[in-house]
Ligand binder design. Structure first.
Ligand code: SF4
Length: 332
């Protein structure tokens, strides 16, 4: 199993399938986009499925989350999901997406074995969406969510990032809309992972701000720690239930003590943490012959990497350094 020196065991694998994206969210990347990873460096579909097979059959991974960039841009996505669904034991599988194109692929992903989706949507206002993402695709995201719900990729979870002066006032409206549409809403504190390195701690909307704003319209009852387990989101029961709302407060209320995540980048690097400044290469071993390229060798390299996982994000540490790799190439 993938254990670290703090006794945490990683059972949840986040796989970034591409660093490319079809949106340009202001808190993630510049308008012109980024220097994308070179094709020869990207893992092939076979290599991705092989690493997931090793993780599931040899390293105790029980959950796989496909992320990006935007994973729906990966041509072989449905095939990758299908092959992973055939693994024994079968991992639970989910997808983090911006929803663009989900209307077209939801049924095929469900049929391939995907269990559920997380869709990013920060606003109910198309004009604000256009300002935030620099694309006029708000309706496509809403259509994508509805198609995911109809296809049974449920619960459809919604990830929202609030930005001062843009959509910070929208949290109660977003929650009312999510309750009405039976979506599970989670607010995510903005994190220092943007490609522009423009993040400022005093410029972000905190969990405390969000809860105070929600409480102007809803009665929130905190769910117990037991229900939470190792999940990133703290959850509150809305108006006595059954709906809940979540807050992922990586900055102001870190949850690293119970972290069960390990990450794989689209170019074959293991990241022990979202904020890791070091990575461990698996691609060279994948493309080696003989013992150097065996499943056992790859599993051993992965285990060694996770053994060295740091206690937490280090965000509160004055010496904190933002990782060189941007969020768009790490994935949620
Ligand atoms: S910051 Fe790192 S250690 Fe903490 S919960 Fe996130 S991935 Fe885990």
């Amino acid at each position: 199993m993938l254990i670290d020196t703090y006794g945490r065991v990683a059972t949840d694998l986040r796989v970034s399938l591409t660093d490319r994206c079809n949106l340009r969210c202001t808190y993630c990347m510049p308008e012109e986009g980024l220097q994308w990873l070179a094709k020869p460096d990207l893992l092939t579909d076979d290599e991705i499925v092989r690493l997931i097979r090793i993780a599931v059959t040899q390293l105790g991974i029980t959950e796989v989350r496909f992320t990006g960039g935007e994973p729906l841009l990966r041509p072989g996505l449905v095939g990758i999901v299908e092959r992973c669904a055939a693994l024994e034991p079968r991992p639970k599988m989910s997808l983090t997406t911006n929803g663009i194109g989900l209307k077209r692929t939801a049924q095929a992903l469900k049929a391939a074995g995907l269990d559920r989706v997380n869709v990013s949507l920060d606003t109910l206002r198309p004009d604000v969406f256009k300002t935030l993402t620099r694309r006029d695709r708000h309706h496509d995201v809403l259509d994508g969510m509805a198609a995911a719900r109809e296809a049974g990729l449920t619960p459809v979870k919604v990830n929202s990032v609030l930005m001062p002066g843009l959509n910070a006032d929208e949290s109660p409206d977003l929650l009312a809309w999510a309750v009405e549409n039976d979506y599970e809403l989670r607010f995510i504190e903005q994190m220092p992972l943007d490609a522009q390195h423009g993040w400022k701690r005093d410029g972000m909307i905190t969990a405390g701000d969000i809860l105070a704003s929600l409480r102007t319209r809803f009665t929130l009852t905190e769910e117990g720690q037991e229900e939470r387990g190792s999940a990133p989101a703290e959850r509150w029961i809305v108006d006595g239930g059954p709906h809940t709302v979540g807050v992922i407060a990586s900055v102001t209320r870190p949850f690293c003590a119970a972290c069960d995540r390990t990450r794989l980048t689209a170019d074959g690097q293991v990241r022990t943490c979202l904020f890791a400044t070091e990575e461990t290469d698996l691609r060279a071993a994948l493309r080696s012959d003989g013992e150097d390229g065996s499943d056992e060798t790859i599993a051993r390299i992965w285990k060694q990497a996770m053994w060295g996982k740091k206690a937490g994000s280090g965000l509160d540490d004055p010496s904190f350094l933002q990782p060189a790799r941007p969020m768009s190439a790490i994935g949620g």
